[in-house]
Design a binder for this molecule. Structure first.
Ligand SMILES: Nc1ncnc2c1ncn2[C@@H]1O[C@H](COP(=O)(O)OP(=O)(O)OP(=O)(O)O)[C@@H](O)[C@H]1O
Ligand SMILES: [Mg+2]
Length: 478
């Protein structure tokens, strides 16, 4: 009889409903129900699809793909996917989620639901970094209302992520036999803080790079190509490659590292350039070795054309070119002429101030009773490369005294005479060294030949000498 009591029936229905809900959530059945509901719902909607391929028709990287990918990886719904990839991130102990081939993720925008499918071309499974496409699935009914603002939203969010430096940098190498770039994550930890270099010089380079980043309008107004080129030269193990990594981390730029021995001809070298993306550093290491010892099939004119190629319109935006050499004296002067290289930066062997900077970072000591002895040895002309000193410090990191003693004995045995004439002029502390960083062309070539002009260009004298500074001076630091 009680079953016919309406109050009892209501309580029973509520209880059963509550029980089903609890079971559905506890067991995860709710997700199955939601999926079925979506499949059912889909039967009443017409969808439209938009493909965003990774490469455009001329096999260059599609910038929209990069932005969409960046945006999707920032969505919380990637965590709710049935399956996704977990990979180690850039920072220590960092784990990031990464889309799996064929994975679909959902996004909501202005009350409309859209889907993204990560499609990987079956033919390219051996090379998963290529021929990938992100497919946007959007209801036809919502398309007119949300498509444009949605794409704009993706642009904005991706730009913000990049600005915040969250962009995962890539290192591209030209080892692909098809003459294409092969990317790997770029996770080099080097920063300007970890490089032992005189602060003044470091700050000048940093402020030049910062003003370069901000100067897009300025360069365009002048009709000049927005690029910078650097020559880093000095003995082995003095930090040239680490400095390039520090630049990439500072600018948040990808790195394209060209191995000239893997380039079969001049035209292949030329072909590599248009495939690079804006916001990138293009690097040729040990250029002197390749040119002097002829270790590459590429000719001198091929290299010169490549260096000038950055001036052509297809790759004129936001490029930094860096060349490294052990010795620039044997290289044909046309390689180094103004216009091809903007800055020459010397990386010498260690002096006492660099040694102290390394001791501070590697051993955590700012002062030590053995420092006067080390200073004396440097003063007498002995030196080692920072790399050699770093290795000794790492090997003896548990005992600073032992580490410094091992540096002293290495300086006495291997370092004799190596630092001849270098001490005191390592990091641009005098007028001669300012010339080392002096601009050698590009924006600054005409009429900027002395250290004084260089300082003027970068505004160091602006406060003192406002009247004298020209318009180029003011704009260059914007
Ligand atoms: N100035 C420096 N400050 C801090 N670490 C340095 C410096 N120079 C070298 N090192 C350390 O020494 C190692 C080798 O340096 P790096 O590879 O950058 O030298 P390099 O000049 O590129 O040498 P090579 O000409 O042989 O390519 C790196 O691990 C780096 O940490
Ligand atoms: Mg190197």
């Amino acid at each position: 009889m009680i079953l016919y009591n309406p109050i009892f029936l209501i309580i029973l229905i509520i209880f059963v409903f509550f029980l089903i809900r609890v079971i559905a959530y506890k067991t995860g059945l709710i997700y199955l129900v939601k999926r079925w509901w979506r499949i059912f719902e889909d039967c009443f909607h017409v969808y439209q699809f938009y493909r965003v391929p990774e490469l455009n028709e001329s096999t260059q990287e599609n910038q929209l793909y990069r932005k969409v990918s960046l945006y999707l990886h920032s969505l919380s719904s990637i965590e709710d996917s049935d399956f996704t990839n977990l990979v180690a991130g850039k920072k220590l102990n960092d784990i990031v989620l990464c889309l799996n081939p064929k994975q679909t993720i959902e996004d909501d925008f202005l009350g409309a639901r859209v889907f993204w499918l990560n499609e990987v071309d079956e033919k390219s499974e051996s090379n998963p970094n290529r021929n990938r496409t992100l497919i946007l699935k959007i209801r036809k009914a919502d398309k007119r209302r949300i498509l444009r603002p949605y794409l704009q939203h993706i642009h904005t969010v991706a730009d913000e992520i990049e600005q915040r430096g969250k962009r995962d940098l890539k290192l591209f190498t030209n080892v692909d036999p098809n003459g294409r770039w092969r990317p790997v994550p770029f996770t080099h930890p080097s920063t300007f803080d970890t490089i032992a270099m005189e602060d003044d010089l470091k700050n000048k380079i940093k402020s030049d790079l910062e003003s370069f980043l901000r100067a897009k309008q300025y360069y365009h107004r002048l009709g000049r190509v927005w690029k910078r080129s650097f020559l880093l030269y000095g003995p082995s193990g003095t930090g040239k490659s680490s400095f390039i990594a520090a630049m990439a981390n500072f600018l948040s730029y990808d790195v394209y590292d060209i191995d000239l021995s893997k380039v079969p001809s001049d035209s292949d070298l030329k072909f590599l350039l248009p495939q690079t993306t804006p916001k990138s550093i293009i690097v040729i290491e040990d250029l002197d070795r390749f040119l002097v010892e002829r270790l590459t099939a590429v000719s001198l004119s091929g290299v010169l054309n490549f260096m000038d190629g950055i001036l052509n319109s297809c790759c004129a935006e936001e490029r930094v070119m860096v060349f490294t050499m052990n010795n620039k004296d044997n290289v044909n002067p046309s390689v180094l002429r103004p216009g091809r290289i903007d800055f020459h930066i010397h990386f010498p062997l260690c002096d006492f101030s660099a040694f102290k900077a390394l001791a501070n970072s590697y051993l955590g000591v700012k002062e030590h009773k053995l420092f006067p002895q080390v200073q004396e040895i440097f003063h007498n002309g002995a030196s080692l490369s920072p790399a050699e000193i770093c290795e000794l410090m790492i090997a003896n990191r548990n005992s600073p005294s032992r580490a410094i003693k091992s540096v002293i004995s290495a300086l006495q045995t291997d370092g004799e005479g190596r630092g001849n004439g270098k001490i005191g002029r390592q990091f641009g502390s005098n007028a001669e060294d300012l010339d080392e960083l002096e601009p050698h062309g590009g924006l600054c070539s005409e009429g900027f030949q002395t250290g004084k002009d260089f300082r003027k260009l970068y505004g160091f004298l602006r406060l003192k000498n406002n009247k004298k500074s020209g318009s180029l001076d003011a704009a260059a630091v914007q």
